[in-house]
Design a binder for this molecule. Structure first.
Ligand SMILES: [Zn+2]
Ligand SMILES: [Zn+2]
Length: 352
């Protein structure tokens, strides 16, 4: 074997990410594939890793769990993709056979490489090449008509929004409140819209992001908690009942409390957010409200459905890409994304 090297963005220790030369990945198991990364992006979970808030993140791991590419090599047991196929990559790797996988709960796959491992515990896709374990489960062919940019968020952001909207049990007469109008919140609104609810309300303290949600038609009503009383506005809009479904995507200091406060009795409250601190569930205060809480991390196993919706024009994330950078400027991308500079929503990083 040649000693060929590739460039990769590596998590070194809390507070430090750097570009390094790394050896090319190789097939380790017959279920693996090697993917040449074409387009990648930086996710807020990468920033959580950098800040040391992801305990399972392993130093010296190549970051990146949201990317698309071209299959370069496949192991002998890989059946669903061939070299040359353009593929969307799933944020989670999963065996497909364990108790959890058989029930679609792939986030809790009990295999050692199962769950969110890519770009966290095993080398990810902010690099020229990446090894994908369980390639039959982790890779989905991108239809010809769908561009790399259009498919970029399939495996993570859109999977999360799709999963959240599904959990929320949205019905056609419902008012859906989405707390957080960042990338995940905007994708959650797009996916909630697939259920054609009566109204989607976007809540965020960033007016720029609310304006985007409104302009793109992702929310019919926007509320900025710094400017108006969120509960009162929602009560006014819902004949005094409250929101039928609440998606809490923000994960800020007071947003969990907001989520259950704005929900009507018997509503579904979905907590998608990743908090940095414990939250309080004040049961005496909400006694009799009979809420249904659903929480967790995405079970990302519906990429084929999502790509089909993109192909049909029913999901379109083009408004999320505010910045495009070549891979050698990825550290600049991290700075922009981490500090929310320059109106950034998402950065598309051209790798090859
Ligand atoms: Zn992510
Ligand atoms: Zn499994």
């Amino acid at each position: 074997m040649s000693a060929a090297k590739m460039k990769a963005a590596v998590y070194k220790k809390p507070g430090l990410i750097q570009i390094e030369d790394r050896p090319l990945p190789y097939l380790q198991l017959p279920t693996d594939a090697i993917v040449r990364v074409t387009l990648a992006t930086i996710c807020s979970s990468d920033i959580h890793i950098k800040h040391g808030f992801v305990p399972k993140a392993v130093p010296d791991t190549i970051l990146g769990h949201e990317f698309v590419g071209v299959v370069e090599q496949i192991g002998s047991q890989v059946k669903t993709v061939r070299p040359g196929d353009r593929v969307a990559v799933n944020v989670e790797t999963f065996c497909g056979q364990c108790w959890f996988c058989r029930r679609g709960f792939v986030n809790n796959c009990s295999h050692p490489d199962g769950g969110w491992a890519l770009g966290c515990r095993i080398d990810g896709g902010q690099a020229e090449y990446v090894r994908i374990p369980f390639a039959d489960n982790g890779l989905t062919k991108i239809p010809h008509e769908v561009s790399d940019e259009a498919a970029l968020f399939t495996g993570d952001l859109l999977s999360t929004g799709y999963w959240a909207a599904d959990m929320a049990e949205i019905k056609s007469e419902d008012t859906v409140a989405v707390i957080g109008a960042g990338p995940t919140g905007l994708c959650s609104m797009m996916c909630a819209a697939l259920y054609q609810p009566k109204r989607i309300i976007a809540i965020d303290t960033c007016q720029e992001r609310l304006n985007l949600a409104k302009r793109q038609g992702l929310a019919q009503t926007v509320i900025n908690p710094d400017r108006e009383n969120v509960s009162q506005t929602i009560l006014n809009l819902t004949k005094g009942r409250g929101a039928d479904c609440v998606l809490e995507v923000a994960g800020k200091e007071n947003t969990f409390q907001m989520a259950w406060s704005i929900a009507r009795p018997n509503a579904v409250v979905c907590v998608v957010a990743m908090y940095e601190k414990d939250q309080i569930l004040p049961l005496p205060q909400m006694y009799g409200k009979n809420l249904i809480f659903k929480t967790g991390g995405v079970d990302a196993c519906r990429c084929a459905e999502i790509l089909q919706l993109i192909q049909q024009g029913r999901l379109n994330t083009s408004c999320l890409i505010t910045h495009r950078l070549p891979f050698d400027q990825i550290m600049k991308g991290y700075e922009i994304f981490e500090n929310k500079l320059d109106g950034v929503i998402k950065i598309a990083v051209q790798v090859s």
